[in-house]
Write a protein that binds this ligand. Sequence first.
Ligand SMILES: Cc1cc2nc3c(=O)[nH]c(=O)nc-3n(C[C@H](O)[C@H](O)[C@H](O)COP(=O)(O)OP(=O)(O)OC[C@H]3O[C@@H](n4cnc5c(N)ncnc54)[C@H](O)[C@@H]3O)c2cc1C
Length: 487
Amino acid sequence: MTNIGRPAEGQNQWYPFMDRPAPSMVDGFLQNPPVVPVHDFDPLPPAARYVVVGAGIHGLSTAYHLAMELERTGKGAGSDVVLIDKAGPGAGATGLACGCVRNFYMTGPLHAILRASVEVWESDPINLGFQQVGYVSIGEANQTEDYVRLNESQVANGYPSDLYTDADAHRFLKELWPDFKTENCDVVLHEHRSGYAGTHMVMWGLDQKARQWGVQRCYGVAVVGYDLDSSGSVTAVKTTAGEIRCDEVVVGAGAWTPQHWEWLGGPSTLDVHYPDGHVDRGMDVWTYWRLLEGEIFMPPGVDYRTADGKDGPVLHVELMDTPVYGSDGEVIQDYVYTYTRYAAERVGAPGLQGGTIPIRMGPDARTDPYGHLNDDYQADDWFPEYYCRTLGMLFERFENLEPYYKQRRNGGIGAFTPDNVPIFDHLVDNAFVIADSNHGFKMIGVGKLTASMLVHGNKPEELRPFTYGRYAAGDTFGDRNSNCPWV
Ligand SMILES: Cc1cc2nc3c(=O)[nH]c(=O)nc-3n(C[C@H](O)[C@H](O)[C@H](O)COP(=O)(O)OP(=O)(O)OC[C@H]3O[C@@H](n4cnc5c(N)ncnc54)[C@H](O)[C@@H]3O)c2cc1C
């Protein structure tokens, strides 16, 4: 164990759960520890029908749903599923995500993925830490058409939302939060089934569900490669604890996906064909972005509640033509892009968590150490003032937040696809990759859909648009009117 010191009093820099293990050192790298205490885990067996790699939101959801479906249908046993993680639940992006669950996407096919996902969140909100407070998104007039389209598609996909424009938008916001400053807020979408989830809570809940359904959970075991036969199929997964032979593999490796992709024989560049006929040649399959996020303690006497005393909905605001000024009167950024949710469970006291548009890095990144442990990828110095100022521009109650910004490490990196939309597809015939392009904490249902495909043989409708083949076939997504890669 490496002694990096316990957090200062009143802070919980590393340890929202005080019995979380201190990071250990493996091969010279600090290992991001699991976000929940892990116990009862299993030794690596020599063979299994299914090996799931990664105990983040996707690996855990897949393993749990797969074990449950095998047991329920009599088509197998929960113990047919082996889940491997080099650390344990939530050691990647899932453990430090903002936890926002929304369906605000310009890419229509994602609406069905989110409907399937919110059904999972709603299936056990207590153990998955889900707070169904809703989601309010605000734009300027240049986004009205997109919001109309979005609203229609959400409603058609069983995900009800309300749309407000101009004076109606202002009235809606004022009724929700009487101190809301509605200037430049021309269009508002209110999603009812959305909300947020405590990232540690969902890891705890999914890990226990996987355990209860008999999944063999092998934590502290790192995958170091895959054995492929002459046709390219996986015959075994190579790990630091030896080989495990298997019939099927599911990879949910988050920011480490490019490494697994390469091991499975996937290319690093490709030609990306768009529906309008244009082609971007030799693009990177994976591009890393780093996230800008932070936390704020609630000032005394201030809360995030609505006028009727409820927990406020998750808030997302993109005002492309509205600059944000610092206390010195200088422009920090020439746009407002901010998202925020109530986050007492995360901040360790009544507080907020949120962020802004991530920063594009390129095809290379140091994934280890990950997240808050990595000195290179923390939120920039300008971010705290920017984030506090955006909230002060929107709420009278938040006009003086800067002294309450929680000084701690924040951020993390993710591997994005060429169109910033997930790939949920077989890379080889028995290796299915869940690559969510770093915005899929909310997509907890992908694991359930993947499990259904593995047990019943048919790829569910919801997953079908997200093939890797879309880039060659001219079905690349990416038609979005937003400066953010994950809208
Ligand atoms: C700061 C931040 C904020 C975010 N906020 C949101 C949000 O509000 N809403 C949202 O929907 N999304 C959000 N995201 C994105 C979301 O967190 C990720 O897309 C999602 O959690 C990825 O889940 P995953 O299961 O694919 O990967 P991860 O959670 O990264 O899990 C991958 C796991 O694989 C393991 N692993 C990797 N390689 C190996 C190996 N060789 N051997 C064994 N194990 C291995 C790792 O240890 C890790 O535990 C955010 C991301 C970040 C970084």
